[in-house]
Write a protein that binds this ligand. Structure first.
Ligand code: FRU
Length: 480
């Protein structure tokens, strides 16, 4: 059973949902098919799992304000990754080991029990941070009982030690934790267990000043480690990387290393760091393996400390959302992300044009418009520059000669144009998902992805295509 304090916390959060329901629901920027909080602030996805035929996504949740604080675990379930149901709160801060927040973590199936691992965040009377890796279990996947602390802080690290991701390999359980060493380098730290309650510290498998890395940020958050196509992929969110050309443009980064983990020696030999997303808002991704054998990823469509207090939805008592679930593939050592195929269920009113030519002009095509739509744009021929203007708020621009793809948007802070870019040898296709206040662009079958929040005038649904030079393409649109 939950403690009286935890029950009371959950009751207060529930009251907050009821109190502001109509305000949140009347927001024109309220998302139509992305996960967002019922009220308050949502950040990282947690405990992503396909369990007994049901997909579960928990999320970091602050019900009482649109800022960060003592986090709860909110909870959504789905049978198809498309239609989601808001479930009762899974965890609320309440005990000595998590009183200032049930921070990020993961879920596994342990002999039929849905078992969560999360970070208990604690601030003592002097304002010092303490961290505990904790466990909670559920028989029905809805009601969770806390089992307390399973991992305490090992020597050599500061209390910035959090976000346990747990998985099974052969007969052993492994846990990877995001950490900061006492020398203030970001690290990913590995543990092993036979029973999920006693954990053996194996060491930092990757981090700043380790192997070929050199300085690589002062903290690594939200690690995830999994096997894909015969390789081991380590996802981490380093904080403290300096912007470098088109890279590391956001306040904090989310990316991965591909390599090989020796589970015996806990040595991870890996290549260089690659960003997962090239847009403005993407952080703290988490993956799971589903019953179909797919490696799925979902992320926070936000970045900590990146103009969060300027989001227009704050007036409507909510902030942030999660990305679409995506399927991962490793192609030539690079992660590709494609939206899960189940999303096709949302398609209505298909409108398609084939072999459209735009040459030194801008056009809009009858029926190719909307605010909650999916667009497929396939290029047959391109000379010069092609651009797509979206709702008079964002532009996707590809310069073939410079081999650069750009996403521009009007900043929600000051209305000025800001951009994110990546190098791209050829632009072959764009697969775009627009929601009332978001965009996800999958480039060339997921070779690059741009994820961002957009806040256009709600009534503007225009899509304009322009070419400086010549472009021949097919385009299909569905309302979602
Ligand atoms: C990442 C993060 C995690 C932490 C959680 C707190 O956004 O800072 O490291 O567990 O958010 O909400």
């Amino acid at each position: 059973m939950k403690s009286a304090i935890e029950q009371r916390q959950i009751q207060l959060a529930q009251m907050e949902i009821e109190k502001y329901r109509s305000i949140v629901e009347s927001d024109p920027y309220r998302l139509s098919y992305h996960l967002m909080p019922p009220v308050g602030l949502m950040n990282d996805p947690n405990g992503f799992i396909h369990w007994n035929g049901v997909y579960h996504v928990f999320y970091q949740w602050m019900p009482f304000k649109t800022g960060h604080g003592a986090k709860f675990w909110g909870h959504y379930t789905s049978c198809d990754l498309v239609h989601w149901k808001l479930e009762p709160v899974a965890l609320a801060p309440s005990e000595w080991f998590d009183k200032n927040g049930c921070y990020s973590g993961s879920a596994v199936d342990n002999h039929g029990l849905l078992t969560l691992f999360y970070t208990g965040n604690v601030k003592d009377e002097d304002g010092n941070r303490h961290t505990y890796q904790c466990m909670a279990v559920s028989e029905n996947g809805i009601d969770f009982v806390k089992k307390g602390v399973v991992v305490t802080l090992p020597d050599g690290y500061t209390a910035h030690f959090r976000d346990p991701k747990v998985w099974k390999k052969d007969d052993d359980w492994y846990m990877i934790v995001g950490a900061q060493s006492e020398s203030l380098d970001g690290k990913a730290v590995l543990f092993r267990s036979k029973n999920l309650t006693q954990w053996e510290y194996l060491g930092a498998i990757a981090g700043g000043k380790q192997k070929q890395l050199g300085e690589f940020g002062y903290m690594w958050e939200c690690p995830d480690l999994f096997e894909l196509d015969g390789q081991d992929v380590l996802i981490v969110c380093p904080q403290g990387l300096k912007a470098k050309g088109m890279h590391y443009q956001n306040v904090y980064q989310a990316g991965y290393f591909v390599g090989r983990l020796n589970y015996e020696t806990a040595e991870f030999v890996h290549g260089s760091f690659t960003e997962l997303d090239r847009g403005f808002e993407f952080y703290a991704p988490q993956t799971t393996l589903d019953a179909k054998g797919r490696r799925l990823l979902i992320a926070w469509m936000g970045v900590p400390d990146q103009d969060e207090e300027k989001h227009p939805t704050i007036q409507q008592r909510w902030i942030h959302a999660l990305t679409l679930p995506r399927e991962l593939r490793l192609i030539d050592g690079k992660l590709h992300q494609v939206p899960v195929e189940e999303l096709q269920k949302l398609r209505k009113n298909e409108i398609a044009y084939t072999n459209v030519t735009v040459a030194n002009e801008e056009i809009s095509l009858e029926g190719i418009s909307g605010n909650v739509i999916e667009l497929k744009f396939d290029i047959h021929q391109l000379e010069g520059m092609i651009e797509m203007q979206i709702r008079n708020n964002a532009r996707l621009i590809y310069h073939h000669d410079e081999r650069v793809l750009t996403l521009e948007r009007k900043s929600f802070v000051n209305g000025l144009t800001e951009k994110r870019q990546c190098r791209l040898e050829h632009l072959l296709s764009l697969h775009i998902f627009l929601d009332t206040s978001s965009i996800e662009v999958f480039v060339n079958g997921g070779e690059e992805v741009f994820t961002a929040r957009l806040f256009p005038y709600p009534s503007n649904h225009s899509i304009v295509i322009a070419a400086n030079g010549k472009c021949i393409f097919d385009i299909t649109k569905w309302n979602l």
